[in-house]
Design a protein around this ligand. Sequence first.
Ligand code: LLP
Length: 430
Amino acid sequence: MHHFEVKRGELHCEGVPLRRIAEAVGTPVYVYSHATLSHHYKVFDGAFAGIPHVICYSMKANSNGSVIRTFANLGGGVDIVSGGELARALAAGAPSSKIVYSGVGKKIWEIEDALRRGILMFNVESREELETIDAVAGRMRKRAPVSLRVNPDVDPKTHPYISTGLKKNKFGIHIDQAIRDYEWAARRRHIEVVGVDCHIGSQLTEISPFVDAAGRIRVLVDRLIRKGMAIRLIDVGGGLGITYNEEIPPHPRQYAEAIVRAFTGLSVTLVLEPGRVLVGNAGVLLTRLLYTKVVPSPKGKGKKHFFIADAAMNDLARPSLYGSYHAIVPVAGTGRGRVTADVVGPICESGDFLAKDRVLPPFASGDLLAVMSAGAYGFSMSSNYNSRPRAAEVMVSGSRFEVVRERESVRDLVRGERTASFLAGRKRKS
Ligand code: LLP
C-alpha cells in the first residue's frame, strides 16, 4: 500500500502533484510519502501487538533524518551498522536505549561510541569481535550488552548478494559454534549476554525461511536458558520483502504470527529490524527524460528505443547491481501506444540502466518519469560516480512538501580534496 496515485491525469504523492516537486526542486529527486511511512510502521508494529517488542528500523535502507524521525516519533528504535549511522540515528531523535548495532566489522572508536551512548545491544558477528568488545568495555569500566548473531544456515531464496544466513556467507557465528562462544562470553566481566540475534537475508517473499530460522534459534535459546543464561532479547533481523513487480510477499501479520509462534512460552522481548518493508514503497525517484533515441532492434525485427533520463546508476544502483525491477510510471499523460525501451542514465557504462527491454508509453524528451519503489536502498546506496552530485530528497505530508536533503552542488564534489603539493604551482609545459 502506498500514497502515489494518479489523480486528474497526474501522478501525485499524497496531495501533491509530482510535477510540482520536479518544477520546484529539479530532477533527479527522491520523493517520500510521510503517510506511507507512518502507515507501514503502524501495520508492522500492530502485527506484533500481542508480544513485547521493539522495532529497530534498519536505517541502511534509507538514512534520511526525516525518515528516521518519522519512525522515532512513532516509538521506533534503529538498527545501525556503523558509527556514522549511530550519529545520524541520535541526531534524528532515536533513543539510544532502542538502538541495536549489527555488522561484521565494528571499529574500536565505533564500539566506544556505542558503549558511551548506552545502546540496547551489540549484535556480535565473530569470536574476535566479542574479545574486542570485552577489552574495550573493560578499559571503559563498562559492561557491554551483547547478543551473538547466529548464522542458522537457512536459504532465504533471494538474490545471492542479499542472502546472509547461509554457511558460506560472511555473516554471523555458525549456530553449532554459538554455544561455545556464548559460554565464553558469559564468563567475561565486561560482557552481559542479553540475547540472540539472526538475520538471514533481504527481500524474502516466502515465509518458510523465516520459520526455519526461528525454529533453529528457538532450539538454541532453550539450550542457553538451560545453561543459566538470561536471554531476554530475541532479534530476528529484517528481510520481509515488498512488491516491486508481481511478487506477493507475506503480510506483516502472517510474518508476525510465524515469528511469535516460534517463541511462545518464553518471557522475552522481540527485536525486529525491518528496513525495506517500511520504506521501499514509500519513495519514488523522479527523473526527467533528456533525450530519446531509436535504433534498429538488435534482434533484427522492429526498433529499440532508448529513453535517456537524468537519473542514473549512481542515483539508483539496484537495477545495475542486482538486475532489480522497478516499475516506471509516467507522471503525466503521454502519447498513445507502447514501445519496448531501455531507460538509461547519462553514465558511461552499458550497465547504467533503470529498466531494460521494458514495454512503456512512447515517452518524449522533457517527460517526467517516476521510478517506483525506490524508497529503500535508493538514495542510501547512491554515489558520486561520474562526478554527479547526489539527488535532492523531498518529504510529502498531505498537501505540503519539503526538501529534507538538498541536492549536492559541484562544490560538494571536491570538498576535502587537495592538490598534491608536488603538483601545485608547477608551470604547464607548452
Ligand atoms: N538487519 C540486518 C542485520 C541487515 O543486514 C539488513 C539488511 C536488515 C536488517 C534490513 O533488511 P530489510 O528488511 O531491508 O530486508 N542493498 C540491497 C539490500 C541489502 C540488505 C542488507 N541488509 C538491495 O537493494 O536490495
